[in-house]
Design a binder for this molecule. Structure first.
Ligand SMILES: [Zn+2]
Length: 314
C-alpha cells in the first residue's frame, strides 16, 4: 500500500479478534476492472487467519462495486454448466427436503435468490415452500413473475418480524463474503429458523491450496466485491458465535481455480482478450485445465470453496 493510506486498526469482522496485520498482496479487479473511489487494503486476522477489506466499505458504496454485466446476473448457462446446475438442484432438494416437518413441505428462505431458477430446479424433486430476499431489482421482478414471493433489498435491511421462526432451512450461497456485517446476517438467519432448523451455504475459503498457489490472483478475492475472505476456522467461529450448533465446514467440489488461472493470465501476464460477464472466451478451456487441481484440493480438504451446515439448537 502507498504510505499515508494505512488502514485504521479495526477488529476482525469474522471472529472479533483485534490482532490483525496487513497482507502484502494487493488484489485488483481482474474480472471487471472496477475502480473504487477509495483505496482499500487487505488485513489478515492472526486469531482466525481470515482476511478482510480495510477500511470497511460503507453500505452505500457497495452497488458501485458491481458492474452491469456482473456474472450473477447472467441468465444463460451453456449446455454443460446448465446440466451441472440441474444436477445440483436435485442434490440440494434431497439434502434440504429432509428438514420438512411431519410430511409438510420444507420451508426454505434463501438469501440472495437471484431470479429463483434454483427454486424451479429443486421444486422438480420435492415439496417446498420458498421465500427469500434479493438485492437486484431486475432479479426480484423476474422472480416475482415466476410466482416466487421474494422481498427486495438486503437481509440486513429487511423487516424480518413476519418471517421469524418460520423456516426449516435458510440458505446463503456466496453471500457472507459480500456483506458489511456477516455477524448481523448470521444473527438474522438464526431468527428466521425454527428450533432445529438448518442454515447452510457456500463461500470461498482463504486457507486453501487455491489461495496458496495463486496468491493475489486467487479468484476468492473477487476484489472489491468480497469484503471478507473466511478461513474454515474463522467461519466455524462466526457460526458458533451466532448461536448455531452441529457446525460442519467442508471443501466443496468447485472449479474456482479456473477463475484464479484467468486472473493470473489477465493480471499477471497481461493477456487482454474481450471479456463477457467477467469471463474470457477461453474460460471453458480454463475450467478443464483447472479441474484436476480442483479435484485434488477437494479430496484433501483444502478446496478454494467451502460448504457449511449448522443447526439452530432445538
Ligand atoms: Zn478473525
Amino acid at each position: 500500500m502507498p504510505s499515508g493510506s494505512q488502514p485504521a486498526p479495526i477488529p476482525c469482522p469474522i471472529c472479533g479478534a483485534g490482532d490483525v496485520n496487513a497482507v502484502a498482496a494487493q488484489p485488483e479487479d481482474y474480472e471487471y476492472r472496477v475502480r473504487t473511489d477509495q483505496a482499500y487494503g487487505i488485513l489478515a486476522c492472526r486469531a482466525c487467519t481470515s482476511e478482510f477489506l480495510a477500511p470497511r466499505p460503507a453500505e452505500a458504496v457497495l452497488p458501485s462495486f458491481y458492474p452491469r454485466d456482473y456474472h450473477a446476473y447472467n441468465e444463460d448457462h451453456g449446455t454443460i454448466v446448465g446440466a451441472l446446475v440441474a444436477m445440483r438442484g436435485r442434490k440440494r432438494a434431497e439434502e434440504l427436503g429432509r428438514y420438512g416437518l411431519g410430511g409438510q413441505p420444507t420451508r426454505i428462505f434463501d438469501v440472495g435468490t437471484g431470479d429463483c431458477r434454483h427454486f424451479e430446479d429443486m421444486a422438480r424433486h420435492g415439496a417446498f415452500e420458498f421465500a427469500g430476499v434479493e438485492i437486484n431489482p431486475d432479479m426480484v421482478k423476474s422472480a416475482r413473475e415466476k410466482g416466487f414471493a421474494v422481498e427486495p433489498g438486503s437481509l440486513e435491511a429487511l423487516d424480518i418480524t413476519p418471517y421469524e421462526g418460520r423456516f426449516d432451512v435458510v440458505t446463503m450461497y456466496h453471500v457472507l463474503e459480500h456483506v458489511v456485517s456477516p455477524a448481523e446476517v448470521l444473527a438474522r438467519a438464526f431468527s428466521l429458523l425454527r428450533p432445529g432448523g438448518m442454515l447452510c451455504g457456500q463461500l470461498p475459503c482463504v486457507d486453501s491450496f487455491d489461495r496458496a498457489v495463486f496468491g493475489r490472483y486467487w479468484g476468492g478475492y473477487h476484489f472489491p466485491r468480497h469484503l471478507q475472505m473466511f478461513s474454515s476456522h474463522g467461519l466455524a467461529t462466526a457460526l458458533e458465535r451466532a448461536g448455531f450448533g452441529k457446525v460442519r465446514v467442508a471443501s466443496a467440489l468447485h472449479l474456482q481455480a479456473a477463475l484464479s488461472l484467468q486472473n493470473l493470465l489477465v493480471g499477471g501476464l497481461g493477456w487482454r482478450p474481450g471479456m463477457t460477464y467477467g469471463k474470457t472466451p477461453a474460460y471453458p478451456l480454463l475450467l478443464l485445465t483447472a479441474a484436476p487441481f480442483c479435484m485434488l484440493e477437494f479430496v484433501v480438504g483444502r478446496g478454494g470453496i467451502m460448504n457449511f451446515w449448522v443447526e439452530k439448537p432445538a
